[in-house]
Write a protein that binds this ligand. Structure first.
Ligand code: HEM
Length: 504
């Protein structure tokens, strides 16, 4: 999961409309005040030294606040602001009081030391619309609660233990064979292999459906519903990786009515698929004593959990949907890795030789982490659940906290030649030793809201890149695919312009 914050076209429109409807502005739902306690009833003091520290902040405009500062890529703009205002500064994004945090010690303070003070999520209208008019249905966009704790612990048993590890291997094997057959037949259609992205999406979708639900689709062309649902998931993934005017200027919703209702329809369509094709058949054959997959675990929970800890049917349905949707993060990351490999001369052969001829199993992991570093996928914003502090600055309850990891991931002080794709930087002994990830690189975040899918990401991406490299030499075409800055999501219509040459 990740999020780019703002885009200039949306902002321009927001600016015009917001000035026109100035009179509609109401008090922001993000504003703090009230209790100084979080869900656990404890909070860090707002001012450790009894001195009043005021966060640096640029001049702001009425209604739009600091949105006028975002004229280019939002992450680059935030990084530029950090050079001027320091490692922590305050902005108003429309009505949303926001604190931007850039340095590792301050980021760790938010995510780890004071994780329980900053465990909530912003209240964006789109999150609510996508998840049945209640953002708390979503694992990634809900506020912290006991329900979230239960959801995470149910999933952890499945995702984070070796209990079901062989399921990933089996799912990978089954799907890899189908994927390779599709790519081989597509290569005849032209150098650039026109369906490559869609085929990678379907491969990841299939692996996730197989892993979580024991559902395998073998005839990709003939299953129109599978084709549709994979595309819908990708559209939604793109959507949640973009900013939208209504996120921070919610009174603009009527202006974007059409877009917002299209989102609601996408969510509903996916939900129908999950109910009809997955939940109903599973419920009919459920053996509570021998759950075979995640759907069985969820359905058993519905029947057997203590009532006070039991999720509702809706919560179970959305949890499953959230995990299935995780395949888009993997397919987009995989697409980026393929482009990076194509654009780095000799990289495809190098991975082949290191892995298959020299038996160096860590090189591929370094390739994945280097792809993640250059992706610099933003951390989903956190929100203060109580009055607290960061770096000694008081933070109001309800303040949105944006973590700028792009600054760290592209820093010339922390990385040698950060603009280049160099997997060796993650390997000890000058690039020949074991894999090691430095603490200042945390693509899956830290703390209580950290990513739950990182092991799947590693395993599935690794398996599919290796299958690609084993079967094809991956080299660039003229006019290569332009990868977006600080976003894992490629535009749904983006093609992967790489040349695949079958290995002998
Ligand atoms: C390219 C791949 C991925 C990246 C870079 C990534 C990264 C992240 C990040 C940065 C967060 C936010 C953490 C925070 O707010 O502190 C997150 C949350 C989350 N991720 Fe991932 N993720 C990826 C793929 C996946 C996959 C495949 C799954 C599921 C199978 C998944 C499940 C989740 C969940 C459930 C959360 C929300 C956790 C919570 O809010 O409590 N992610 N991810």
């Amino acid at each position: 999961m990740d999020l780019i914050f703002w885009s200039w076209p949306a902002l321009t429109l927001a600016l015009i409309v917001s000035v026109l409807i100035l009179s509609l502005v109401r008090r922001s739902p993000f504003r703090g005040g009230g209790s100084a306690k979080n869900g656990n009833g404890t909070c860090h003091t707002t001012n450790e030294n009894n001195t009043v520290k005021v966060l640096p902040s640029p001049a702001r405009m009425p209604i739009i606040g600091h949105l006028y500062l975002f004229q280019g890529n939002p992450i680059i703009e935030l990084t530029k602001l950090s050079k001027k205002y320091g490692d922590i500064y305050k902005l108003y994004l429309g009505s949303v009081e926001t604190v931007v945090v850039n340095s590792l010690p301050l980021i760790k303070e938010v995510l780890m030391q004071k994780g329980s003070d900053f465990g909530d999520r912003p209240n964006f209208l789109r999150y609510s619309i996508l998840f049945g008019d209640n953002k708390d249905n979503s694992l990634a966009f809900c506020d912290w609660s006991s329900v979230q704790k239960t959801r995470r612990s149910l999933a952890r048993r499945f995702c984070h233990t070796g209990l079901f590890a062989d399921r990933v291997e089996t799912a990978l094997q089954t799907t890899t064979d189908i994927l390779m057959a599709h790519i081989r037949s597509d290569i005849g259609l032209g150098e650039s292999c026109p369906n490559l992205k869609l085929n990678l999406q379907k491969a990841c979708g299939n692996i996730f459906f197989d892993f979580f639900c024991s559902k395998v689709v073998t005839e990709w062309e003939e299953d129109a519903e599978f084709d549709r649902v994979v595309k819908l998931f990708d559209d939604i993934f793109w959507e949640i990786n973009q900013s939208h005017a209504t996120d921070v200027l919610p009174f603009l919703a009527p202006v974007f009515k059409q877009h917002l209702s299209a989102l609601a329809n996408m969510g509903t369509e996916i939900r129908q698929y999950v109910i009809n094709r997955i939940i109903v058949p599973h419920a009919a054959q459920l053996d509570k004593d021998n759950p075979i997959d995640f759907v069985d675990i969820l359905l058993t929970h519905l029947e057997e959990a203590e009532p006070k800890n039991r999720l509702t049917q809706d919560q179970v349905l959305y949890e499953l949907e959230d995990f299935l949707g995780g395949h888009c993060a993997v397919s987009n990351l995989l697409c980026r890795a393929i482009v990076e490999i194509a654009d780095s001369p000799g990289m495809s052969d190098k991975i082949y030789v290191k892995h298959f001829e020299q038996g160096n199993k860590e090189y591929i992991q370094a390739v994945i982490y280097e792809t993640l570093r250059r992706t610099s996928s933003p951390i989903v914003p956190h929100v203060a659940s109580c009055n607290s502090s960061i770096g000694g600055y008081p933070i109001n309850k309800g303040t949105m906290i944006m973590i700028n990891n792009y600054d760290l991931n592209s820093s010339h002080d922390l990385w040698e030649r950060p603009d280049e794709f160099i997997p060796e930087r993650f390997l000890l002994d000058g690039g020949n030793g074991r894999f090691k990830k430095p603490a200042h690189f945390f693509p899956f975040s830290y703390g209580k809201r950290a990513c739950m899918g990182y092991q799947l990401v590693e395993k599935v991406t690794e398996g599919l890149i290796l299958a690609m490299v084993k079967n094809f030499d991956i080299t660039p075409l003229d006019n290569p695919t332009q990868l977006p800055i600080a976003s894992v999501a490629l535009h749904p219509n983006e093609q992967l312009r790489v040349k695949l040459t079958p290995r002998q």
